[in-house]
Design a protein around this ligand. Structure first.
Ligand code: OAD
Length: 255
């Protein structure tokens, strides 16, 4: 049975011609990929971002940082998209003017059939040279051992260490992706924000841009977030359950 808030959200989504889906780490949580700030399981509860997710950290100890990202990449490589990822791909199929904007560095949206997600914080699968930025092959991540130090490969052009293709603290977001996301948010009718704490800027600005431009912002998250006040509808629940229910209520299929 569909509850009132889901039915209301489904009605708005089903009518919309332009949709933005904005996802964060909670989107992948039920696939077994840890979030950053969840109380018991979040990565930043156990690790210090200053030691692992800054350019200075990589310069100081490249093997520590590369090993940590290899561990995360191995977790993602073993994970599978869940019904919520499939439901996002179904929204894209139903509403051709849908833009998927993700803060996630995994590839679960792509593997669920989403065509071209904008990765605002980069990707675990897009390694590049730390000096000349030349794209580098990302070796297969098959060892999910935590805490392993691993020297990064060397750039085949300039021999500098290869770095993960993610955005670190203190670095700018890819400008064209950020601009495309802001533009889509400013012109959409519905923005669906899923599984993000809404704490990390400038990415967290995207739902605010949509709300200011008159879009309906719908949030899917089991917990309250700082985005609650700009969300017309708050669907409190996990992505793997709420997204398929929403798609089912909007179009009669679960994705
Ligand atoms: P956070 O870890 O900050 O927030 C995860 C959110 O997901 C929280 O609001 C949870 O309540 C929610 N959540 C947990 N399980 C969920 C589920 N099953 N379904 C739906 N929601 C769930 O992750 P982000 O908001 O993505 O940046 O964090 C933003 C950025 O901070 C990340 O991209 C990363 C991090 O530092 C970089 O690496 C640059």
């Amino acid at each position: 049975m569909t509850d009132t808030a889901t039915a209301q959200a489904a009605k708005l989504l089903g009518r919309a011609r332009r949709v933005v889906v904005f996802t964060g780490a909670g989107m992948s949580a039920e696939s077994g990929v840890p979030t950053f700030r969840d109380a018991l399981t979040g990565l930043w509860q156990r690790y210090d971002p200053q030691e692992l997710a800054t350019p200075e950290a990589f310069e100081a100890d490249p093997a520590l940082v590369w090993g940590w990202y290899e561990w995360r990449r191995a977790i993602v490589a073993r994970a599978q998209p869940h019904p919520g990822h499939l439901a996002v791909a179904a929204i894209e199929a139903h509403v051709p003017h849908t833009l998927l904007v993700t803060q996630n560095v995994d590839d679960l949206h792509e593997r669920a059939g989403s065509t071209d997600p904008l990765h605002l914080h980069g990707s675990l699968f897009a390694s590049r040279c730390s000096a000349c930025a030349h794209p580098a092959p990302t070796p297969p991540a098959d060892d999910p051992t935590e805490g392993r130090r691993l020297p990064p490969p060397r750039c085949d052009r300039c021999s500098a260490p290869v770095r993960p293709g993610v955005v670190w603290f203190g670095e700018g977001l890819p400008q064209s992706a950020l601009e495309a996301a802001a533009e889509a948010a400013a012109s959409c009718e519905v923005l669906l924000t899923v599984g993000t704490s809404g704490l990390v800027y400038p990415a967290a600005e995207i739902p605010h841009v949509a709300a200011r431009s008159g879009a309906t912002v719908i949030q899917i998250n089991p917990e309250p977030t700082p985005l609650d006040p700009v969300c017309e509808i708050n669907l409190r629940g996990p992505a793997a359950r709420v997204l398929p229910a929403l798609v089912e209520a909007a179009w009669g299929d679960a994705g």
